[in-house]
Design a protein around this ligand. Structure first.
Ligand code: C2E
Ligand code: CA
Ligand code: CA
Length: 407
């Protein structure tokens, strides 16, 4: 049986779900009898009685909407449960056109099975109307996503993307230790779009996979060009690292780690100059997959940073399971650390704990000298923020690296 399906036996009288419940599973009946009913005008109305081979709760696999009916086992029933969270790629994140088509097929099958069992006339007008509205909503979302996906695809092909680089400074001596590559989108119509407005959509549509490949390749090519410039100017200083953001969506895409590894190898950049920044999300939702993915990347010799640390509520106690080198303290804690004692304590304890685990710490979003001084006193290793430098286009950062690079 595939990993996303498991068998479950329920006794007569078991309520599997009711209206308003979160829908996470779909069910296939192997043996037994399930009644589907809805509450209407103060009474419960039966809308279907389903037997072996029939499917119910299937909308949960397609749309993240609450249950619109109840399902009750009339007799002892054996079910196969299909868990949305276990699908390799949730249908919600699948190609929007595919999702729309699956939804249409499910709607049609549901209607067909209801009219076959003669229960269609029992579906009240209001429910049919609600289903039509839900369907139109999904269709609109799908169409919008198709459009954004098309725009992002064009942007990768042209390319309309660009990388800016923000210096990361050593707190001990205020010299440059590395720089982070941050994506910018120069849209011909909208002008420069900031990542806050497109990375989330790129993740939802899956376009982040191609964009992430592009960013890694470009950042490493830029870095390879920078190394000789640096060595000429600063022969005695260590070469700064280049930090690149990698989304969870890239790590779970089958075969993607091999592709990213090939990009790293082909770049000729020494892996000890490369840092990959990942967020906590994969570690929380699928720790096993995260350990595997990070171990594979780490095997190349690159270092791994956890970005936005502290926002994902991941447990500090299991950090040691992941092969990481660096924690980046999220900027929201840095912003608030001086006027909110909880944030201040949190920043301090994250830094101390990281020290105990031999991890490097980077504080992000440092805008004032006061923040810088406090963080240095807490023992933070590296600093990133507008106080030192904003993200700059490649040629500006190259000029900065060539001439002055201490703060
Ligand atoms: P991030 O990885 O946490 O990057 C740091 C963000 O904080 C950047 O925003 C940077 O410009 C901003 N920042 C740095 N110092 C300061 C400061 O002192 N004050 C303030 N207010 N902001 C500061 P940006 O460039 O808009 O990027 C936003 C997010 O988009 C990034 O957050 C990252 O999550 C995502 N992103 C950017 N480029 C990529 C990429 O190539 N791949 C992926 N997967 N995500 C990316
Ligand atoms: Ca980052
Ligand atoms: Ca961050």
């Amino acid at each position: 049986m595939p990993e996303f399906i498991h068998a479950r036996d329920v006794d007569a009288g078991t309520l599997l779900f009711q209206e308003g419940d979160r829908g996470d599973d779909a069910f296939i009946i192997e043996e037994g009898l399930i009644e589907i009913s809805i509450q209407s005008e103060g009474e419960r109305k039966l809308i279907a009685a389903l037997g072996p081979g029939e499917i119910f709760g299937e909308m949960a696999l397609i749309a993240n909407t609450p249950r619109s009916a109840s399902a009750l086992a009339r007799e002892r029933t054996r079910l196969l449960v299909v868990r949305r969270g276990r699908l390799t790629k949730p249908i919600e994140n699948a190609d929007p056109v595919m999702r729309l088509m699956i939804q249409m097929i499910v709607e049609r099958l549901t209607d067909a099975s209801r009219s076959l069992s003669g229960t269609n006339e029992m579906v009240p007008q209001a429910m049919q109307e609600a289903r039509r509205q839900a369907f139109e909503e999904v269709r609109d979302i799908a169409l919008r996503r198709v459009q954004i996906e098309r725009e992002l695809r064009r942007a990768v092909e042209t390319p309309q993307f660009e990388l800016h680089y923000q210096p990361i400074i050593s707190m001990a001596d205020s010299t440059i230790a590395g720089y982070e590559a941050l994506m910018r989108w120069n849209d011909p119509q909208k002008g420069q779009v900031s990542p806050g407005n497109f990375i989330g959509l790129a993740e939802e549509t899956g376009m982040i996979v191609e964009m992430g490949r592009w960013a890694l390749q470009k950042a490493l090519a830029d870095h390879a060009a920078m190394v000789p410039v640096w060595q000429r100017s600063w022969p005695d200083r260590p070469i700064p690292f280049v930090s690149i953001n990698v989304s969870s969506g890239q790590l779970i895409e089958p075969g993607e780690i091999e592709r990213l590894s090939a990009i790293i190898e082909d770049s000729g950049v020494s892996p000890d100059q490369i840092k990959l920044e990942v967020t906590e999300s994969l570690m929380i939702h699928d720790p096993e997959a995260a350990v595997d993915a990070l171990t594979e990347l780490k095997g190349l010799g690159v270092s791994i940073a956890i970005d936005d640390f502290g926002t994902g509520y991941s447990s500090l106690s299991y950090l040691h399971r992941f092969p990481i080198d660096t924690l980046k303290v999220d900027q929201s804690f840095v912003f608030n650390m001086l006027n909110d004692t909880t944030s201040g304590r949190l920043v301090r304890s994250i830094i101390h704990m990281a020290h105990d685990l031999d991890l490097t710490t980077v504080a992000e979003g440092i805008e004032t000298q006061e923040h810088f001084d406090h963080l240095r006193d807490y023992g933070c290793t590296l600093a990133q923020g507008f106080l030192m430098a904003r993200p700059w286009p490649r040629f500006d950062i190259e000029a900065m690296l060539e001439t002055g690079c201490s703060w």
